[in-house]
Design a protein. Structure first.
Length: 240
């Protein structure tokens, strides 16, 4: 069974196209878990109008004790992941497009690895290509320490076995992005594989919730504090 976990917040502009790229790749027994962080637009109405019984919507209370911008998204994803029932878990953003062969290629790779990360094409709001290869833009590392220092994994390009999720939960309360944390845990305890072929269109636009492509908007001091939190949590997890 596959669980696709999506964190939504005011995603009405792109959520329908995203789900329509995902649902045809799933079987009748699979599920899509959507955790919504109190959207104020019609995101949930658009999702409900698809009338697909595989979709399950959770209403998440926005995280209010955030020290870092990514904390909100991290705990929204964590909420979805905590309700996932699948043996294989895929992460999805609310605004990308999955290419038709994504799930099957990832499942093939997961027969020999515990967590798989694939490449993606970076596109703008209108799906015009900005960069044909995210892997060429950022030097990808599979080690825990390297990803603690500088995360090179995109959650929307990840899929993993349930054992990885069990080891990663609960997420740190503050200071570690969800995809960075999963990459760190997998690097410490599991086998990671990379797929160099782009399997999604990774959409960057004015309303993007996270900035994983381009220059960080965080001040130097906040970046230092963030890296300190990540390293401390990595050390704690390594000692368990």
């Amino acid at each position: 069974m596959i669980s696709v976990c999506i964190a939504t917040y005011n995603g009405a502009m792109f959520i329908k196209a995203q789900l329509e790229s995902i649902l045809p790749q799933l079987s009748a027994d699979d599920e899509v878990i959507i955790s919504d962080d109190a959207s104020t637009d019609n995101t949930l109405q658009i999702i409900n109008d698809l009338h697909d019984s595989r979709i399950h919507i959770l209403h998440h209370t926005p995280y209010t004790k955030s020290r870092f911008p990514m904390d909100k998204t991290t705990h929204n994803f964590e909420n979805a992941l905590m309700h996932a029932k699948g043996d294989y878990i895929f992460l999805s953003d609310q605004d990308d497009i999955w290419l038709p062969n994504k799930i099957q290629q990832m499942l093939n790779a997961l027969q020999k690895a515990d967590l798989v990360v694939h490449n993606c094409q970076v596109v703008n709001a209108d799906l015009q290509v900005i960069n044909n290869s995210y892997f060429d833009h950022i030097r990808v590392h599979v080690g825990a320490i390297q990803n603690a220092i500088r995360c090179t994994f995109l959650g929307c390009c990840m899929a993993f076995r349930r054992a990885v999720l069990t080891a990663a939960l609960p997420f740190p309360l503050q200071g570690v992005a969800h995809d960075q944390w999963l990459g760190i845990v997998a690097g410490l305890k599991f086998k990671i594989a990379l797929i160099t072929e782009p399997l999604i269109l990774y959409r960057r636009h004015a309303y993007t919730e996270t900035n994983c492509y381009g220059t960080s908007q965080l001040s130097r001091w906040v970046q230092i504090r963030y890296k300190t939190f990540v390293l401390l949590n990595t050390i704690k997890k390594a000692l368990l």
